[in-house]
Design a protein around this ligand. Structure first.
Ligand code: CAA
Length: 424
């Protein structure tokens, strides 16, 4: 493989997230489902789960996250030359979510605007495309706005129910980024046709072969990390027998997080590949792996544990937590990131920390605005949401759901989705 090193520094210049107003407590959900709460809270690692009501859809969440990143990081809207929304819960078979978002954010018309679908990989694919666009020089000094936005739904009472969630993460990808600089010379991809998780056109809830999907994720991680290891060896010209364990260079390892325990399974797999052994129960290796997970992965899973799966945004939600924790001592340290989309496609890559701008993410402010709801209220919301896309449906009434914006879906009238912005 040729050396892919480039002079240009490209990466993440800003990041922000947006959540729906409501959430349920996983202990309440477990009790309602007659399941031991320890299964959801410890077995899956989930403490709370965000719930989108009928007036909050993929568009309003995406626009909310986009608005936050533009405002918090002082981005000139006219400097955005590419908008990509990654989602697997789009609102139209043809029209992209990104067109609505482009209008709601008042962006320049001299802009490429697209939506990408590939299960939970869509937004990461968008980040890669935006990176290549900038590296090619065709961006003409403009930056890209990439937004991951999803509402994860499985059937009520199914095994997947406790792994739902909803939310969006927006990223500014630019030259000379202020937060993270990608190591574009190292890369790892993986793709294979598998039926682990999918959503037929006629359904709002996903179908999943749960335990098989976990194995597909782990196979994809092993494959993408193998390719990353090879590109690392080529670019660093290290002899295989003298090389350091490649993953030990990362100060933090971030993963796609469908549920928190999956990140542990993934990290264990990564260490097994680096250490070239299988980590068995009650061994020194297991103790070492557990400590390593506690220091390099688990501190960055707190938001995921309280929000649930937001599909294509879940890796970036963990990144929000990470950026919120960066201090001056971590500047120039490296982190790894792994994204997985069922079906499947995966990518393993790394980045260097540029600066500590954590105050801008406003994590606590966003989390504290949320309201806890009962399981009865959650079920009422889910049943109403089933009707929210029907023409002339009456369920999308912001007063009924006690919502005040900033962006709200008001229903589909004359077959056209209508939105309102309540910006101060
Ligand atoms: N106390 C503590 N722990 C308990 C427990 C108890 N009382 N009861 C069970 N557990 C543990 C189990 O031991 C298990 O842990 P391990 O995996 O470490 O063994 C964990 O809780 C889950 O238990 P089960 O495996 O029995 O749970 P389940 O079969 O009911 O469902 C699931 C789990 C398959 C993840 C299901 O929630 C699901 O299908 N979720 C959706 C699919 C998914 O998220 N897949 C992830 C990979 S695919 C992907 O990443 C793309 C994406 O975003 C969807």
């Amino acid at each position: 493989m040729e050396n892919l090193s480039v002079d240009r520094s490209v990466g993440i210049d800003g990041i922000a997230f947006e959540l729906p107003k409501y959430y349920v407590d996983m202990t309440d959900l477990a009790r309602a489902r007659k399941v031991d709460p320890a299964k959801y809270c410890n077995g899956l690692g989930q403490l709370e789960m965000s719930v989108a009501s009928p007036c909050e859809d993929t568009v309003t969440l995406a626009a909310g996250a986009g608005r936050r990143v533009i405002n918090s990081f002082g981005i000139n809207p006219d400097s955005i030359g590419l908008v990509i929304v990654g989602t697997e819960t789009s609102v139209d078979h043809s029209k992209p979510v990104s067109s609505f978002v482009h209008q709601m954010l008042g962006l320049s018309k001299e802009c490429r605007v697209i939506e990408i679908k590939h299960a939970c990989y869509g937004a990461l694919a968008g980040v890669s495309i935006a990176t290549d666009w900038i590296l090619s020089g065709r961006n003409q000094s403009k930056c890209a706005l990439v937004i991951a936005s999803d509402i994860a739904r499985y059937e009520l009472h199914s095994a997947g129910e406790p792994t739902q969630g909803a939310g969006a993460v927006a990223l500014i990808i630019s030259e000379n980024p202020r937060l993270l600089s990608f190591e574009t010379q190292f890369q790892g991809f993986y793709a294979k046709q598998v039926m682990d998780f999918w959503r037929p056109l006629y359904r709002k809830e996903a179908l999943v072969d749960g335990h098989f999907s976990i194995n597909c994720y782990l196979d994809a991680l092993a494959g993408a990390y193998s390719m990353y290891q090879r590109s690392f060896r080529k670019n660093n010209i290290i002899q295989a027998d003298k090389e350091e364990l490649i993953s030990s260079q990362f100060s933090a390892c971030l993963y796609h997080v469908p549920f928190v325990k999956m990140a542990w399974k993934g990290h264990k797999k990564l260490l097994e590949q680096d250490w070239n052994l299988v980590i068995e129960k009650d061994t020194n290796e297991m103790e070492q792996a557990t400590l390593d997970f506690q220091s390099r992965v688990s501190p960055y899973l707190k938001l995921n544990a309280r929000v649930g799966n937001i599909y294509t945004g879940s890796l970036f939600l963990s990144l929000c937590e990470f950026i919120s924790n960066v201090d001056h001592s971590m500047i120039d340290k490296k982190i790894s990131l792994f994204g997985y989309g069922s079906g499947c496609a995966a990518e393993f890559f790394s980045a260097r920390i540029v600066s500590s701008d954590q105050g801008k993410i406003k994590k606590e402010e966003i989390m504290n605005k949320r309201q806890k709801i009962s399981i009865d209220h959650y079920e009422e919301i889910l049943f109403a949401s089933q009707l929210g896309d029907a023409n002339d449906s009456t369920v999308c009434d912001p007063l009924k759901w006690n919502l005040d914006g900033p962006f709200l879906y008001l229903g589909t009238k004359n077959h056209i989705r209508t939105y309102e912005s309540f910006l101060e």
